[in-house]
Design a protein around this ligand. Structure first.
Ligand code: SF4
Ligand code: SF4
Length: 441
């Protein structure tokens, strides 16, 4: 293939043409997989990002010709199954993304293949794990929650779960909490709205399934930090899962249903001048990037994307507006901080680190590598070992700093890192919890 090396222009991204007939045409998807895999074979820059690329290169290298024509196209699915759509190859490595004429969008062709795979039928396990909202509601019912949390820690119960559902017995699972964040949120009211030139002066919280059902304290910490900074806040009135777990499964119809449920309320808040904050990077990314790519002509989707902030992005912009309280009372010591992939691809710089480093007596060691968990991928029996292997350099780098705290904006990645670090020092805390600690509130 002839073409110039690399592109000097800023990357762009084509919308996901998922409503066209071509999108669902398996022969056309395989032709596109073949075209892109062949370019990757000649490039190999992404070999250490995840296990999708090594799988592809092993298939080629171990084939009879040492080229892609020696690989049985049926094996292409092995690569598809190892991609968890973190977007890092597109965003951080690939010089051939649009507007380069080679038009390489590795994650999007994987997503297209996953969508076809989903229509053919996927495991019950994958449908259950990606139904975070329904699972959260059920598992956190007061009587049920004790049983679920105990079972998740019981070896015999986990052996059964592995056999029946394909959830690896050694994966540490998050606890459920019956005191849902949305039910117990104490909203900072009666505060005057102070708009800045870069930030709206009032916030709406998109709680997320994970914070609502698993770690409500993250939401409470966020509200406390906002109140301490004089920002009045409300909850998004009617909230469903953002759709990211369904997107990763290729279940695009469910993503569309989540969008229909969430976007009207979010668009009303955006029109009313709220900054919408979501404390889980994957959910924030869903609204900032994935829905606009799936629904490119939808005005409300674009409006919500423009109003959506990562909490630390918002707080650092608040600082630029001269409206952030920087009266920190407590040093944080050594913090090993992991930047999740879904935060990196939001292309806003390292705002969490920037803010934590403003706290006197704080040394932040930053680790910018994929932890290897993804939402549900690293939980599955067949991928657990690979997930721990991908995470190994992260575990090592996080431990090397002998941290007082280990932290990641992604609470799921943080739990995975804590598991991988085993007996290494450092108390796991979400960055917003660290900030609350620094304020002494
Ligand atoms: S999107 Fe992420 S998981 Fe998928 S191939 Fe690219 S780097 Fe690997
Ligand atoms: S995605 Fe791009 S950078 Fe990565 S191996 Fe393929 S061509 Fe190379």
């Amino acid at each position: 293939m002839i073409g110039k090396e690399g592109s000097l222009e800023a990357p762009t991204r084509h919308p996901l043409d998922w409503k066209s007939e071509d999108f669902w045409d398996e022969a056309k998807v395989f032709a596109e997989l073949h075209r892109i895999y062949d370019i990757c074979h000649g490039c190999r820059r992404c070999v250490n990002l995840c296990t999708a690329f090594p799988t592809l290169f092993d298939l080629i290298d171990e084939g009879p010709t040492g080229e892609l024509d020696g690989v049985d196209p049926a094996s292409y699915w092995e690569v598809v199954d190892r991609c968890y759509l973190c977007d890092m190859c597109y965003m951080s490595k690939c010089p051939y993304v649009p507007p380069h004429p080679w038009n390489v969008d590795f994650p999007h062709v994987q997503l297209r293949a996953k969508a076809i795979q989903f229509r053919k039928g996927v495991k019950v396990r994958d449908r259950i794990l990606s139904s975070t909202d329904a699972m959260g509601k059920l598992a956190s019912i007061p009587v049920v929650v004790k049983f679920v949390n105990a079972a998740n820690k019981s070896k015999p119960a986990r052996a059964v779960l592995e056999k029946v559902l394909g959830v690896h017995r050694d994966r540490v699972l998050p606890e459920y909490d019956s005191a849902h964040f949305r039910r117990h949120a104490r909203l900072p009211a009666d505060l005057p709205v102070k708009d800045g030139s870069k930030t709206p002066g009032k916030a709406a919280i998109f709680a997320t399934c994970y914070v609502n059902y698993n770690e409500p304290h993250i939401g409470h910490d966020l509200l406390a930090v906002l109140a301490h900074n004089g920002v009045p806040a409300v909850l998004v009135e009617d909230e469903a899962c953002c759709g990211m777990p369904k997107l990763e499964l290729g279940d695009l119809e469910s993503v569309a249903r989540s969008k229909e449920r969430n976007i009207p309320a979010l668009a009303r808040l955006a029109r009313a001048g709220y900054a919408i904050l979501s404390p889980v990077p994957s959910c924030t990314l869903m609204f900032k990037q994935e829905l606009p790519l799936m629904f490119p002509g939808d005005e409300d989707v674009a409006l919500v994307a423009g109003a959506m902030f990562d909490p630390f992005e918002y707080l650092v912009l608040r600082h630029k507006d001269g409206l952030l309280n920087t009266d920190f009372r407590n040093p944080l010591g050594r913090v090993s901080y992991h930047v999740p992939c879904h935060l990196r691809v939001q292309k806003m710089g390292l705002k969490t680190r920037e803010l934590l480093e403003m706290v006197p007596g704080t040394q932040v060691t930053t680790v910018e590598r994929c932890s290897g968990h993804d939402g549900t991928w690293g939980v599955k029996t067949e991928y657990f070992e690979q997930s721990m292997k991908i995470g190994r350099p992260v575990f090592r780098l996080m431990a090397e700093a002998q941290p007082d705290h280990i932290s990641s904006d992604c609470a799921i990645a943080a739990r995975h890192i804590e598991q991988g670090m085993a007996a290494a020092p450092g108390l796991k805390r979400h960055p917003i919890n660290l900030l609350r600690l620094a304020y002494g509130i």
